[in-house]
Write a protein that binds this ligand. Structure first.
Ligand SMILES: Cc1cc2nc3c(=O)[nH]c(=O)nc-3n(C[C@H](O)[C@H](O)[C@H](O)COP(=O)(O)OP(=O)(O)OC[C@H]3O[C@@H](n4cnc5c(N)ncnc54)[C@H](O)[C@@H]3O)c2cc1C
Length: 238
């Protein structure tokens, strides 16, 4: 039997263009035990009919947090349109955690995070854990977005650069609206990885994002002789 626990919405706020942070707290105040990288099923229950809509979302909070954070692309689909009108106090149900995509701080002291869009979510969980536990992990993040206004949790990301010495490259893939963008441009490829993470062979590689992104990242890494069996990836299936 699938266990579904009720959680109340604590906050729902915009963090970037069409991306919201959803913060939930268990009604019984219990915390959820999970490893950064894992996901849960969020379930919306229609108050009138009892019909349920269930979708997978990566946990963005640290495992020690009293609340669960999610980074959600507000695409006005079946589930996300319910969030368009949600408010603090509303109840969602959570089942999980699930998934094999996990960050192992004992295994990798140097990591390469490759994030596509809202695929940044599990890396936020990992970075929060690294900071809270003062883990000595050398992080190199390469993060792809379409437009400059899509940078999720910008200040928090910059704080990891400042406080943890994280190396961060943000690349913008579309030209429209990027006229004043002075940073990296174009899709992440083998060349970009080699330039921004020349020591990539020494790093544990983690990838998260839509299917096409994950496939392109795996191909890019393998083309520069990165061992395929050292790649950890989470695919969002669209
Ligand atoms: C393991 C896992 C983890 C996930 N983690 C996250 C997460 O942390 N954050 C997050 O936002 N999503 C995440 N997703 C995706 C999420 O589960 C839903 O698929 C997504 O929120 C859309 O659900 P929906 O009901 O609103 O849209 P639906 O009604 O299911 O889809 C509406 C339409 O929009 C299309 N569509 C779906 N996603 C997008 C998109 N991003 N851009 C444009 N069109 C799209 C669909 O193909 C469909 O045609 C994850 C998925 C998996 C499998």
């Amino acid at each position: 039997m699938i266990v579904k626990k009720p959680y109340a919405i604590v906050e729902l706020f915009n963090t970037a263009k069409d991306v919201d942070v959803l913060r939930l707290k268990a009604i019984d105040d219990a915390t959820l035990s999970f490893d950064p990288g894992m996901f849960v099923m969020l379930i919306y229950k229609d108050p009138a009919s009892g019909a349920e809509i269930s979708r997978a979302f990566s946990l963005a909070s640290s495992p020690d947090s009293k609340t669960l954070d999610f980074i959600i692309a507000m695409i006005h689909g079946q589930f996300t349109s319910k969030l368009d009108v949600a408010k603090p106090g509303d109840v969602l149900y959570v089942s999980g955690p699930h998934g094999q995509f996990k960050f192992d701080a004992n295994k990798d002291k140097k990591v390469l995070f490759l994030a596509g869009g809202t695929g940044l979510a599990p890396f936020i969980s990992m970075l929060r854990l690294i900071r809270e536990k003062n883990l000595q992990i050398d992080v190199n993040l390469i993060y792809s977005i379409k437009h400059p206004d899509e940078i999720i949790l910008k200040e928090e990301l910059e704080s990891y650069v400042k406080d943890l010495g994280m190396k961060m490259t943000i690349t913008v893939t579309r030209d429209d609206g990027a006229e004043s963008w002075t940073g990296e441009k174009g899709h992440i490829d083998a060349n970009m990885i080699s330039r921004h993470a020349p020591d990539f062979l020494e790093r544990g590689a983690y990838i998260c994002g839509p299917l096409n992104f994950v496939k392109a990242m795996k191909d890019a890494l393998v083309s520069i002789k990165y061992p395929a069996d050292k790649i950890s990836a989470d695919v969002w299936g669209h």
